[in-house]
Design a protein around this ligand. Structure first.
Ligand SMILES: *Cc1c(COP(=O)(O)O)cnc(C)c1O
Length: 407
């Protein structure tokens, strides 16, 4: 089955009624006929639903679709991308552990990594995204390697296959945030990664109408070694032990569950993922080419042939290069003027919407960061991030063209 068919037919219509969209089960709890049935469901001896904080048919349908699209074996949806990230990590780390990560990270993830220092977990950052640099930072205390497929806003690209080989040679799992690329550009599990995370608020939803996140688990990692002490009690579940603990412990106890209505809306968005991703990648490439021909402007986009990551991106992302690009406009004043002069690019803090979005990262998403952190994340005072949407490309180019004359 090819990708677009899989999006629409990977999961069959709802069994109970034949409804072609997954119905919204807007309920908190589920009645069981007998106390014996309830006992069996609690003991995991009978499938069934008990309470929406832990599972819900609308959410379960979305989880199954994402599991299939990412070629995983199980998934847990969360209330946001940030809760998916934090829960996925806290599911295995303990006081004294270390994480090795790339430095071009989404601002929220960067802030979370600062927070877990308070719990004794230390994150070490690779400044230049190269495999040898990751290898150098791994110690006895390292628990996992964490990367984004395309760092946001640095746009550095992680070599997933090489990183998976490195991680596995040290018995470590590789965690990949696939938000900006989606399974249409890359299925990290096929490249050897072990855990895939999404903020479904972005491209997966596509309409910018719901916050959500999901964690998907691959089949190959051996979680049952001494190193992963938190998973000992779950050993009987084999390669599902990570994902079962994530639901039965992290989701249940921290309570950051997805909402059924959001899972419904995001599921509708998912139907058209291929069309939207392809159009925004094509638009981003055309806009990047146009901007790179203009004076007094520096363009960073992996689709440009002179980009440091061009060959890796081409090989890894199916000949696409994502919908995000950044430009440098010499100083903050020009960057602000440029943003204020655009008609079709909305000044908004997120990415991956149907509309083109633009922001000045240094004064917004990275306002909490110190100078060194900004440098490591590729955030300068004249940097502008653009998430390219689905508008007609000639309208976008003429809008950017007129805004350039204003600065
Ligand atoms: C937006 C984003 C997140 C956080 O997701 P929320 O749904 O906003 O909590 C994490 N990673 C990346 C790459 C993102 O773009």
């Amino acid at each position: 089955m090819k990708f677009s068919t899989e999006l629409l037919h990977g999961i069959t219509p709802e069994k109970l009624t034949g409804s072609t969209t997954q119905p919204i089960y807007q309920t908190s709890a589920y009645y069981q006929e007998t106390a014996e049935d309830m006992e069996k469901i609690f003991a995991g001896k009978k499938p069934g639903f008990v309470y929406t904080r832990v599972n819900n048919p609308t959410i379960a349908n979305f989880e199954r679709r994402m599991t299939a699209l990412e070629h995983g074996i199980g998934a847990v949806a969360f209330s946001s991308g940030m809760s998916a990230i934090s829960m996925s990590i806290m599911n295995i780390v303990e006081n004294g552990d270390e994480i090795v990560s790339n430095s071009g990270l989404f601002g929220g993830t960067n802030a979370f990594f600062k927070e877990i220092k308070n719990f004794g977990v230390n994150v070490k950052y690779v400044v230049e995204n190269k495999i040898d640099n990751f290898a150098k930072l791994i110690t006895e205390k390292t628990k996992l390697i964490y990367v984004e497929t395309i760092g946001n806003p640095k746009l550095d690209i992680s070599d997933i296959k090489s990183l998976a080989e490195l991680a596995h040679s040290k018995n470590l799992p590789l965690f990949v945030d696939n938000t900006v690329t989606t399974p249409y550009l890359i299925r990290p599990l096929d490249f050897g990664a072990d855990i895939v995370i999404h903020s479904t608020s972005k491209m997966i939803n596509g309409g910018g109408n719901s916050i959500g996140g999901i964690v998907i688990c691959g089949k190959n990692f051996k979680w049952n070694s001494e190193k992963f002490t938190k998973l000992v009690d779950f050993a009987k579940f084999g390669n599902l032990s990570y994902i079962i603990r994530l639901r039965n412990n992290m989701l249940m106890n921290f309570g950051s569950c997805a909402a059924p209505f959001n899972a419904f809306l995001t599921g509708i968005g998912l139907d058209t993922l291929e069309l939207r991703m392809q159009q925004s990648c094509d638009n981003a490439l055309n806009l990047a080419k146009f901007l790179s021909e203009q004076k007094n402007i520096q363009v960073n986009y992996p689709g440009l042939e002179n980009n440091f990551y061009h060959e890796l991106a081409k090989k890894q992302f199916n000949n696409n290069f994502g919908s995000m690009l950044t430009i440098r406009l010499k100083n903050k004043e020009k960057a602000f003027k440029f943003i204020n002069s655009l008609k079709f690019a909305l000044n908004v803090s997120n990415i991956g919407d149907a509309r083109t979005l633009i922001i000045h990262p240094a004064s917004t998403i990275y306002f909490h960061a110190n100078e060194l952190e900004k440098i490591n994340a590729g955030v300068t005072d004249d940097l502008v991030r653009i998430s390219v949407g689905l508008e007609n490309i000639s309208d976008l180019i003429s809008d950017f063209d007129q805004a350039l004359t204003k600065i």
